[in-house]
Design a protein around this ligand. Sequence first.
Ligand SMILES: Cc1cc2nc3c(=O)[nH]c(=O)nc-3n(C[C@H](O)[C@H](O)[C@H](O)COP(=O)(O)OP(=O)(O)OC[C@H]3O[C@@H](n4cnc5c(N)ncnc54)[C@H](O)[C@@H]3O)c2cc1C
Length: 599
Amino acid sequence: MPTHDVVIVGSGLAGMRAALEVCQGASVAIVSKVHPVRSHSGAAQGGIAAALGNMPPERTAKIQARIENGAVLPDEELNEDSILLHWFDICKGGDYLVDQDAAQMTAENAPTLIYQYERWGAAFSRLPNGKIAQRPFGGHQAPRACYAADRTGHALLHCLWEQVMKRSDQVTVYSEWIVLDLIIRDNICRGLVVWDLNTGRLETVHTKAVIFATGGYGRAFSITTNAFANTGDGIAIAYRNGVPLMDMEFVQFHPTGLYRLGILLSEGARGEGAYLINGEGERFMHRYAPTLLEKGPRDIVARAEMMEIMEGRGGGPKKDYIYLDLRHLPAELVRTRLPQISDLVTKFVGIDWSKELIPIQPAAHYSMGGIPTTLQGEVILDAQETLVKGLYAAGECSCVSVHGANRLGVNSLLEATVTGWAAGRAALAHSQQAELAPLPADATASAEAEVKGILENEGTESVADLRKTLQEAMTEKCGVFRDADHLKQCLETVKDLQHRFHNVHIRDKGQVFNTALQEAIELGHMLDFAETIVEGALARQESRGAHARLEYFDLKTAAGVRDDENWLKHTLAYRDGDGVRLDYKPVRIFKFKPIARKY
Ligand SMILES: Cc1cc2nc3c(=O)[nH]c(=O)nc-3n(C[C@H](O)[C@H](O)[C@H](O)COP(=O)(O)OP(=O)(O)OC[C@H]3O[C@@H](n4cnc5c(N)ncnc54)[C@H](O)[C@@H]3O)c2cc1C
């Protein structure tokens, strides 16, 4: 049985960044269900945010900082960026559901952590003066996205992997090991139950601290930008072990997924000047974000696209998509700053971006919600912040909450980096003073029953069918716009699928690389947490950030009705028998007073 001081689950930016902290003083292992450099962080395109204030020469015009409602800001015009402005943009972008200390920590630590990537050799794109280049991104008031062309995640993930390999005597990596369960007794996390995909063996990993860095769950939706591995395993495992899930109703839909495929075309394209065009050939964003236009935040742009479609101005025979227009961009700019986009549209839809419009639609992209934590990544159980000793979460699976109701682009690679770094430091400190807590005799019982239950089931339901039904229901009934009727139907579907899942059958009964079993386990996870998304959305009777309820939304003015009096609070969803119990937790607001959110 492997024993380590700290075990990190996940090897994306959050997991590896955490490992680099822990290995400075404790034995650490990373467990990952895919090889580390195949983690979804590697798919990130547009950039990572930090207020470095590196202004591209073509944008020397002074930036008039707009901090509304008396928030503190230097009076003078800024001709560069500031941490305060970044902090403010996060809070406004998140429709004020952001815990403002979390946003502060994120904005403040961004420059140092970005320069650390640079020192480690991350291949950032550069300005002519040699500084890290920065481009505009939705909802950010200054060009703040540091990027490596449109392959930023790839550059950063490989950079961290090199650093981990350099310390391979201190960091053990268990690749293609899948975590099935947490071992928590008396509120103390003692280890993990892990399934070795290569041999089919169940292993117990004994440890003083676990950091979950298991990423997002876009795969619960049919149109998604997410990798196949993004099935929200960590979120579901925490939930099954009594941890509540926070703000799950806030799911981000990215405005520019390739039509029907969901493959992401980075917001970097709009950052570099691409347009959005409706079926009538009109640029329409002036109706929805008159100042920022295509550079508005994602929730607003995704809704704008849906409204154009709902009002019959979509493109194509069914009028059900929108176009991204790159035709006016210089070929050299696309070649150097957006090469992947150009590749993707050629290979997947056979389109020449310089001559044709690219069909796109909103696609499930990012989960604002997740496992609730303190600023140090410690997992909490309730509004009083009772801790589960030795359990931490970081990156997309966690909810600190830095993004509130809507994440701004390029803030997530940053979140993964900052929260990974913070959780790594906290887990290291904990492991240096804590003892290894003994493992209970029944540590593996529940995981064994789960695996056996699927392998021996001779039922009639197929994983693929159940998954497809779930994904379609989530996209169609719990998507960009929601309403009570559709959410209730969606909940019924999820409940029905949970029931049918007890009757699921897989043909492969083998031990070695049983991916059918893996898919069944992942589906079980998705069915569990999907219920918290729908229940949270049904309960929240307002529109805020990415959660737009048609009953609380004026389609004529494209404005949502936000109800600060009753709903300026975080949702906590607990597993309760066969259902979900909801509780709420206050938002930490001390700097920027919530005001109407306009762009
Ligand atoms: C296409 C795309 C483009 C994006 N572009 C940007 C961008 O430009 N800028 C930005 O800021 N954000 C971007 N994002 C969001 C951002 O990439 C993610 O939020 C972030 O990378 C998440 O990092 P992470 O470390 O939390 O998780 P991930 O990188 O997703 O890693 C999750 C890890 O958990 C492991 N894991 C999961 N379940 C288990 C299990 N049961 N057992 C063992 N291991 C497990 C996986 O193997 C993996 O290593 C993008 C997202 C997508 C999908």
